[in-house]
Design a protein around this ligand. Structure first.
Ligand code: ADP
Length: 441
């Protein structure tokens, strides 16, 4: 993540950029992590330069990799360059095999004996998990919130490893993400848990994600909630007793804690509510000395969060609605997906930098951005600018990432609804004459 000094005793020190590389094994491949790591290393060292970030290509020609690996990704890094010479990279190669098992433990709350009122209060799943593959990369933010979270984890491990005195420097291993609904907070927590399980695999041989829905926990049966909190934390404690298991606890909708406490104080909720909140905070405090646990929490209403909880968070990060640039990239990834899957004919889409250049220059700029004909280049530019324009409209309407990811479905439904089977190929809402598929424009 940072530029590091890789000095040796005999050579002058050379500063190199840390670059994380993730190699995903095929589901049924024998998990020969060490040997695959060596092959990836050798392959990468045979390259002159690498793009940052990128899906690595060409490794399929190495038989040992082709038979076991299904994807190699060069992750985003702190290096400001788009292309880096391999000799300037300090490669950190992580080999992993995501589990395809779904949730394997569930805790429910509800009226005693009342099956219909049962709501799921918590679930546990194994990490890395195929359900969360690709999630990290799909989340797009204008600022570097994702790197910031990784840096925080890096810092906590550095301090833990150095055995710093907890009385002098202390942290709680609690992170709170807050902001409007649909801005990807819960997804970011899951994606970070997945990322950490991959990046920390040299320290921890296994990892788990426990998701607690605070709203279900506190919604009704407080007397039941008390027992549930005890059960949840005894199961978290069981998990973290295994020191080589990394555990991420995700508490969603954490503002429900406050509602329970406020209700108890006002006398509108049973005082059990207050006891349950206090029990939960006490249990959280006990986790802070454990090296193998991280508590992530989310809220749509930071003002409504219990002060005692807020005070425990090391990072309180606001996740805003996406800005113009993030919207462009979200829409661009949506469009790319429908093109890759053949729903609409493919055409190169300009990157954000390229479209901003078009916008500034009002003309088709450098000719070598795409190795394509003048006509395609014009269409590419046109689509990029229209997408940027659409992004402006979405931003004015305050659309969340969740709504943006729904747009292609609505656009396609509208298109189908118009019954445009005989539109000319170049029409603004047209169909491709040959394929019968809708055009991007
Ligand atoms: P929240 O917890 O803030 O309500 P979610 O994590 O439930 O939001 O987000 C739902 C979905 O919306 C995500 O899985 C993702 O597909 C999409 N989404 C939200 N924010 C973004 C973003 N910044 N970039 C890309 N996709 C996003």
């Amino acid at each position: 993540m940072t530029k590091q000094d890789s000095s040796s005793s005999t050579t002058a020190s050379v500063a190199r950029w840390t670059v994380h590389v993730e190699a995903r094994l095929q589901q049924r491949a024998a998990a020969r992590f060490d040997s695959i790591r060596k092959h990836v290393h050798t392959y990468m060292n045979s390259l002159e330069r690498i793009s940052l970030p990128a899906k690595l290509q060409g490794w399929q020609d190495v038989p040992e990799l082709a038979s076991s690996v299904d994807q190699i990704t060069i992750c985003e890094s702190r290096c400001p360059l788009n292309v880096l010479s391999v000799s300037d990279a300090l490669l950190q190669i992580h080999v992993y095999q995501p589990s395809d098992s779904d949730t394997f433990e569930e805790f429910s709350s509800g009226g005693p004996g009342d099956g219909e009122d049962e709501t799921m209060a918590a679930t546990v799943c194994e990490l890395p998990n195929s359900n969360w593959e690709g999630l990290w990369d799909s989340l797009i933010y204008g600022d570097d919130v994702k790197m910031k979270l990784l840096d925080y984890i890096h810092a906590t491990f550095t301090l833990s490893d150095a055995n710093v005195d907890f009385n002098l420097i202390s942290w709680n291993r609690v992170v709170l993400l807050h902001g409007p609904p649909g801005t990807g907070k819960t997804s970011l927590c899951r994606a970070l848990a997945q990322k950490l399980s991959i990046r920390l695999s040299h320290r921890f041989s296994s990892a788990r994600l426990m998701e607690i829905n605070a709203h279900s926990l506190f919604s009704k049966w407080f007397s039941e909630s008390g027992k549930l909190v005890q059960r949840l934390f005894s199961s978290i404690n069981e998990l973290i007793e295994e020191e080589d298991t990394f555990v991420v606890v995700l508490i969603d909708e954490v503002e429900s804690l406050t509602a329970a406490r406020a209700g108890a104080v006002a006398g509108t909720e049973p005082s059990d509510g207050l006891r349950v909140v206090n029990a939960l905070l006490t249990q959280l405090d006990k986790l802070r000395h454990k090296k193998n646990v991280l508590v992530m929490s989310t809220s749509n209403l930071v003002k409504a969060i219990d002060c005692a909880f807020l005070d425990r968070a090391d990072i309180v990060q606001y996740i805003d609605l996406p800005g113009r640039e993030a919207i462009y990239d979200i829409l661009r990834t949506c469009l790319n997906e429908v093109m890759i899957k053949g729903v609409v004919p493919a055409i190169p889409l300009p990157t954000l930098k390229q479209v901003q250049m078009y916008e500034r220059s009002h003309e088709t700029t450098s000719d070598d951005i795409f190795q394509i004909s003048l006509d395609t280049r014009k269409r590419t530019k046109n689509i990029g600018l229209r997408l940027l324009n659409l992004g402006d409209k979405c931003r004015t309407q305050g659309m969340s990432g969740r709504s943006l990811r729904r747009l292609p479905v609505l656009a396609l439904a509208r298109f189908i609804g118009l019954g445009l089977s005989s539109m000319p190929a170049s029409g603004s809402d047209g169909l491709d004459a040959d394929s019968g598929a809708p055009q991007v424009e």
